[in-house]
Design a binder for this molecule. Structure first.
Ligand SMILES: [Zn+2]
Length: 106
């Protein structure tokens, strides 16, 4: 596996992971449970969630992330199209067919 990106927002990492998975990319998120890790390792360096992909899918994934971020910029003014999950109340982009957080269907 190869590190694609890291972010201080787990939500952002999850959204990108869902986007990549819907495009056939296998993803793995590291440091997902920051608080648990931080309580075990007692140093002050912040631990950011990281998104990892298979090396052979890295180039494709990087392009998809670029496209995703471009779409996000275009969609920023359309955020009223987000839909709230019935189960966990998280908001999801309009084009997501299931909740990024819990997988509940739209
Ligand atoms: Zn949900």
């Amino acid at each position: 596996m190869r590190k694609l990106l890291e972010s201080d927002s787990l939500i952002q990492v999850n959204l990108i992971a869902s986007y990549l998975q819907s495009n056939g990319i296998t993803t793995k998120i590291l440091n997902e449970h920051q608080d648990a890790i931080r309580s075990v390792i007692s140093f002050n360096k912040p631990i950011h969630p990281e998104l990892w992909v298979h090396p052979e899918q890295f180039e494709t994934a990087a392009k998809l992330v670029g496209r995703y971020q471009h779409e996000q910029e275009l969609n920023d003014s359309l955020s009223e199209n987000e839909w709230p999950c019935k189960k966990c109340k998280e908001y999801n982009p309009e084009n997501f067919m299931s909740c990024w957080s819990c997988g509940n269907s739209k």
